[in-house]
Design a protein around this ligand. Sequence first.
Ligand SMILES: C[S@@+](CC[C@H](N)C(=O)[O-])C[C@H]1O[C@@H](n2cnc3c(N)ncnc32)[C@H](O)[C@@H]1O
Length: 268
Amino acid sequence: MNSAENRGKTSGEPVRQMVHFVGAGPGDPELITVKGRRLLREADLVIFTGSLVPRALVTNLPAEVHDSAGMNLDEVFELIHRAWKKGKKIVRLHTGDPAIYGAINEQMALFNEHDIPFTVVPGVSSGTASAAALATELTLPEVSQTVIFTRRAGRTPVPEKQDLVSLASHKATMMIFLSVSMIDKVVDDLLAGGYTDTTPVAIVEKVSWPDENILRGTLATIATQVKEAGITKTAIIAVGDVLAEGPPPALSRLYDKSFSHGYRKGKV
Ligand SMILES: C[S@@+](CC[C@H](N)C(=O)[O-])C[C@H]1O[C@@H](n2cnc3c(N)ncnc32)[C@H](O)[C@@H]1O
């Protein structure tokens, strides 16, 4: 434990520390940030979110480590609050990036209510890690300049104007979380929104884990592929023409030799 260091030099009173929300990344323990790794090593208390945080990140730490999978919000907060009052260094470790479906807002609200200072250290989201695994640029010129991170409504409702049917009408790149168990309905919604049978789709299951699995298909084939592969959770559904094979229809202007910008003069 590092708590001996967390006392005021003259008063001997515990010096209250900043609590850190840290993004663990999508699975590969090397995909945490350098800062996140350091905070974990310095922590007295680490609370991590269940099955999706790689165990390698929370083993062999000097800290007391808790899995929040079986805990409710009050229990998590109580554990943090008690340790914080004693001057402990605390990391709340979330999968991927904490800002994406991380349920950190309600925790931050409680921290604010109790005047507990905190920071958020970003992480690699499974959404962007999936793009890397697919070797796909999500924002291709003249194909899509927009990426939509979304989910289909399930037990958690989605605001009406953000249902998959309306979002699909933009024909932007879509990275769909938390929805692979509803693949038939996802496909129906995307087709109803204006994508076609030939729109490329990829499923990235357990991205960056040793058993990562990637399926590539189209809206006509993907539901059958998902069922045959037995994929029911921990997957991103990537949708859009940026996934099409072959040369891109247009090149980025950034490296075009005739294009000038603040750091380079274009050659005529
Ligand atoms: C509660 S959300 C957490 C998302 C996380 N904060 C992030 O940024 O990746 C859980 C969903 O994220 C996606 N997910 C999380 N980790 C994943 C992984 N390693 N591979 C593929 N999808 C993953 C799945 O869609 C899963 O249902």
